[in-house]
Ligand binder design. Structure first.
Ligand SMILES: *[C@@H]1O[C@H](CO)[C@@H](O)[C@H](O)[C@H]1NC(C)=O
Ligand SMILES: *[C@@H]1O[C@H](CO)[C@@H](O)[C@H](O)[C@H]1NC(C)=O
Ligand SMILES: *[C@@H]1O[C@H](CO)[C@@H](O)[C@H](O)[C@H]1NC(C)=O
Length: 400
């Protein structure tokens, strides 16, 4: 821009700014800002900041204007369960976290409560940044030491019956149980999230969903001891893209069909996921029990498997210890599943396994451009009660 034009513009803006000073104050106060430290939170890792956090939530939720909660740098101990409930008076609540929120290191403090931090009946919430430290290692050790009685443990972050939720750049470390759970939610976006827990930590699923629709999980990295992402009954319109998973048990639809009256899973797309040293790649799993549940219209596309034990697997005979599985056959109907451009290495000889229900054989399974090796040798595929077709290059050769 020419110097003279610039000067003119600055002069113009200056005049304009002066005259609109009153206006700009009004603009600023259109948002309610709440710093948790102004409500007594301390970044010392020792002072219980639960009350400050819940008061900040109450103020934000009760604000008639959009509200922004700020957790500054530092370590904030949240020593109790924090239940952050709506419905709220506004639909634009932002929680920006620059610091860490730390759970009590004694796992008996939270015991077997469902969630450590739970949002309930909230509509319109964004969480940006932050570090949640679930302090799970003590509980995992308790569970690993046989004969000891340990609490079930608490999941780190839960969203229940909530809509329009966005989570950007959050890190969840060492959850006692599941890291992040969506139950009964609509329109959710999870982006740039990181989950980290030991590969042998029990039941530390990265993200678990159920009864939720319109969910996107993008550009995230999940390393944990159980499923990277587990997809429960009543999930629909789910899209998972650009995720790195491992260690962990992979991406799993299921376990489904535990109950007779159960909602199905529909419209799931999993794209560009890399699995590294995981137990499974893309899995569908159902109990060998009677059920009205189903799986319909699933796409697994552009996946890379690196040393994965079961890269492609459908297991409809899940029944630990063969207890309460009359007939040992699954009622869950699996229909219309596409595996497209799945390549890499299997850690076991059987790289593709479709073990479907005798009563409800899998229908409409399509394999397209699948290339999986086992230690640079020919891998195998195994089918039981599975119907469908294959297109393009398929290695190991299809058993459909
Ligand atoms: C909510 O805000 C209203 C006024 O805007 C106030 O009267 C009421 O006490 C507040 N409730 C809580 C729980 O803070
Ligand atoms: C899922 O998406 C489809 C197509 O985009 C839409 O028609 C359907 O209503 C959505 N389902 C739910 C439960 O929102
Ligand atoms: C699944 O997708 C189809 C096609 O887009 C849509 O018609 C259907 O409503 C979706 N199902 C659900 C439960 O959203």
């Amino acid at each position: 821009m020419e110097q003279r034009t610039k000067l003119f513009l600055f002069t113009f803006l200056f005049l304009f700014a002066n005259q609109s000073a009153i206006l700009s104050i009004a603009v600023e106060s259109k948002i309610t800002y709440i710093n948790v430290m102004s409500l007594g939170a301390k970044p010392d890792g020792k002072t219980d900041s639960t009350a400050a956090l819940t008061s900040a939530w109450t103020a934000a939720c009760n604000s008639s204007k959009p509200a922004s909660i700020y957790v500054p740098k530092g370590r904030f101990l949240v020593n109790q369960q924090a239940e952050l409930s709506g419905p709220c008076r506004n639909k634009v609540i932002t929680m920006r976290i620059d610091g860490s929120i730390i759970a009590p290191s004694d796992y008996n403090v939270l015991g077997s409560t469902m969630f450590w931090i739970e949002f309930k009946s909230v509509d319109g919430l964004s969480i940006r940044g932050g570090f949640l430290d679930g302090k799970g290692t003590g509980l995992w050790a308790c569970k690993a030491a046989s004969g000891k009685s340990c609490p079930t443990g608490v999941s780190t972050l839960g969203f229940t019956n909530s809509n329009n939720i966005k989570i950007y750049g959050l890190t969840s470390l060492n959850s006692q149980l599941f890291h992040i759970v969506f139950n009964g939610c609509t329109n959710v976006k999870v982006q740039g999230v990181k989950v980290t827990a030991a590969g042998n930590s029990p039941n530390t699923d990265g993200i678990h969903l159920q009864f939720s629709t319109g969910v996107k999980i993008l550009n995230s990295k999940i390393s944990t001891g159980d499923d990277c992402i587990s997809i429960g009954p009543g999930t629909s319109n789910l899209s998972i893209e650009d995720v790195i998973c491992g260690p962990g048990h992979g991406i799993s639809i299921g376990s489904l069909g535990r109950d007779f009256e159960e909602e199905g899973v529909q419209n799931v797309t999993v794209k560009r996921v890399t699995f590294i040293n995981t137990q499974n790649g893309v899995r569908i799993k159902s109990w060998g029990r009677p059920s009205k549940g189903f799986v319909n219209h699933v796409v697994f596309q552009h996946a890379t498997m690196i040393n994965v034990q079961n890269p492609i697997v459908i297991d409809q005979n899940y029944c630990p210890d063969h207890i309460n599985c009359p007939g040992e056959v699954s009622g869950v109907q699996i229909n219309d599943v596409l595996y497209q451009d799945i390549h890499g290495t299997s850690a076991t000889e059987v790289a593709v396994k479709f073990d479907c229900s005798k009563k409800n054989p899998c229908k409409g399974i399509t394999l397209e451009d699948v290339k999986l090796n086992y230690k640079n040798q020919q891998a195998k595929s195994q089918c039981a009660n599975a119907g469908g077709n294959s297109l393009g290059l398929i290695e190991p050769s299809s058993c459909l």
